[in-house]
Design a protein around this ligand. Sequence first.
Ligand SMILES: Cc1ncc(COP(=O)(O)O)c(C=O)c1O
Length: 359
Amino acid sequence: MTTLPSPSIVVDRTRLLENIRDMQAACTAHRVELRPHIKTHKMVAVAREQLAAGAKGLTCAKIGEAEAMLPSGVRSLFIAHSLVDLRQAPRLAALSERLDDLRVAVTSELHFEALENLARHVGRRLAVMMAVDTGLGREGVRDDASAARLERRSTGNPHLELRGFYTHEGYFYGLNPEEHHTRIASMLDRLCNLRDQIDPALALWPGCSVSAKRVAATSDGRIQAVRPGAYPFGDLALSRGSRVMSAAAQALHVLATVVDKPEPGLALIDAGSKTFSSDRTPDGIHAMPADGRDFAVVRLNEEHGYVRGPATDSLTIGERILLVPAHVCTVINLTDTVAVTEAGKVITTWTVEGRGKTQ
Ligand SMILES: Cc1ncc(COP(=O)(O)O)c(C=O)c1O
């Protein structure tokens, strides 16, 4: 690792594979399909590992991400976003040609009309998953009546075919971990009631790294898939905030260098918001050291990180530190490549093929 330029994004391959296997085992044990969201890693190499471990398919946010993941050999893909742009119709048609199963999201009654029009331009019937808002307040039907109306509109529709429901329970990141169990139970009851009233044969696909293992373990055959994203790498949101991942399982770190100590109690590193993004934990932390020392990156400029905390003065200029970012998905989207290590040694470099694929 001493040969790497700073800052670098470093992936511990052993830990990554363990995290992938661990989530897959939790799903397989409860006969729940794993359809990981690739927004976190955006890398064909990681998608290949997820599929090889047993993932049934992949989830993407954008068509560009889906296109970037095709070399992984994926055959089943869900684009979990409100697609509306008619200019994307040829790309959707081409994607669907290259897959066994392409699904897109219908996210409200108003969105249904836009999606139906898009499907008309694609020239083939699109399989759709209906978004249900279970608490995030973003996309998704807000009540059962709206879901039932959407289902009626899709029955016999020549352009759209309803296959099931999905939710992204991202609000779990803000919950007290003690609440996870009861909130998962109530979310599953709500989703199952909704589905069973409409058509018990439709699939239910919740998806979030905080809840995925517990959702799988408690679903008792009621849900068909989970779509977590961040679990292969982990970040402070999963370890420190939600406490569903140990520090020892963190597979991605930012390698940064201390470049100055302008005053007592403050060290500056060579990684700022252009490396970490501006995301931070609810208590204002952008990153923490992997080795547990008592300091944190508490402020960022574009190319500077401000390190403060009791152990800051023990840092030396030129010292290289491994940091766990607050939110890993936005870190990956800022880098072209990652350095892959095994037992602390760099073994290869992976390209982030889906980087910046926001269209
Ligand atoms: C629609 C959707 N599904 C799944 C995920 C994965 O969630 P997580 O990163 O918590 O695993 C996200 C994350 O933002 C999402 O937006």
